[in-house]
Design a protein around this ligand. Structure first.
Ligand code: SAM
Length: 268
């Protein structure tokens, strides 16, 4: 996901600037589009999904394998981010049926920042999936101290990844779904549904725009969606929101970040 700052002026398409991009993105250097059929910019950007994914791949291959790199220069918010996630995750265990604590999957894991600080201390075993080969290597090295708690680090794009059926108690996707087209987001969530163990949940933690606007970042091939649009995609994927919370204490110039815990609407 691109520059993490958000522009609260919903009125028009924004011209991107030369500001550095950031996943923890400021509002905004990006182009904006009304959500709906009139929006040609988003359609245009996503029309050729192969180029869309290749462009993102190229972008991330030039990013340093550090926390600051993962968070587009906002590495200092990592601690607050993890603390917010930890509280959210713990609350999920009040739900019935509660998820297990055996296995988690970290999606778009980067160098394993979330696995290291949140998932590995909490679950017996954690797998990671990440499209950038060098980030995967860094994650394997960084997380080696966890021994066999570190499961498989899959080097794959989420648009192609098929998680093993019934394997995961929690599937965590953070600051990555903006890199998927709408269609691939729905398909990925659908495959994740199959990969959940009994009581399992998917957690997404993403930037969202305010209002009806989709922000497009051509530099790293990502979109920042309105929350309402994401909820439409969840409906298409037959997922329901069981808990929703906004991350607090992030710098004001960043997009609003929400955590959504999801369960399948229908049993497969
Ligand atoms: C903003 S970073 C976030 C990393 C990690 N989730 C975190 O919060 O520290 C986005 C990550 O998503 C990865 N990514 C981008 N597109 C992806 C895709 N289609 N499939 C899997 N990972 C992807 C990037 O390589 C990068 O590591």
């Amino acid at each position: 996901m691109a520059s993490n700052t958000a522009n609260h002026d919903d009125s028009s398409i924004n011209t991107p600037t030369d500001e550095p991009n950031s996943p923890v993105e400021a509002v905004n250097n990006n182009e904006q589009c009304e959500n709906g059929s009139e929006c040609t910019t988003v359609d245009d950007v996503l029309a050729d999904s192969e180029s869309y994914y290749n462009n993102a791949k190229k972008y991330w291959s030039n990013v340093s394998p550090t926390v600051d790199g993962m968070l587009g220069g906002f590495g200092s918010i990592s601690f607050i981010d993890i603390r917010g996630s930890e509280q959210f995750l713990k609350h999920l265990y009040k739900q019935k049926p509660a998820p297990g604590r055996k296995r988690a999957l970290d999606c778009g894991a980067g160098i394993g920042r979330i696995s290291k600080n949140l998932l590995l201390p909490f679950f017996e075993q954690v797998d990671l999936v990440e499209q950038d080969e060098h980030f995967c290597q860094t994650a394997r090295t960084e997380l080696a101290d966890f021994g066999s708690k570190l499961g498989t680090v899959f080097n794959n794009g989420l648009q192609n990844f098929v998680p093993e059926q019934g394997r995961y108690d929690i599937i965590w996707a953070q600051w990555v779904l903006g890199h998927l087209t709408d269609e691939d987001t729905v398909r990925f969530l659908d495959r994740c549904t199959n990969a959940l163990a009994r009581g399992g949940m998917i957690v997404m933690k993403e930037n969202f725009t305010t209002g009806d606007v989709v922000d497009v970042d051509r530099t790293d091939s990502s979109v920042t969606r309105p929350l309402v649009q994401m909820k439409q995609l969840l409906k298409q994927a037959n997922m329901r929101v069981v808990k929703e919370q906004r991350q607090t204490s992030f710098p004001k110039e960043l997009y609003p970040v929400y955590m959504l815990a999801l369960r399948p609407t229908i049993k497969k």
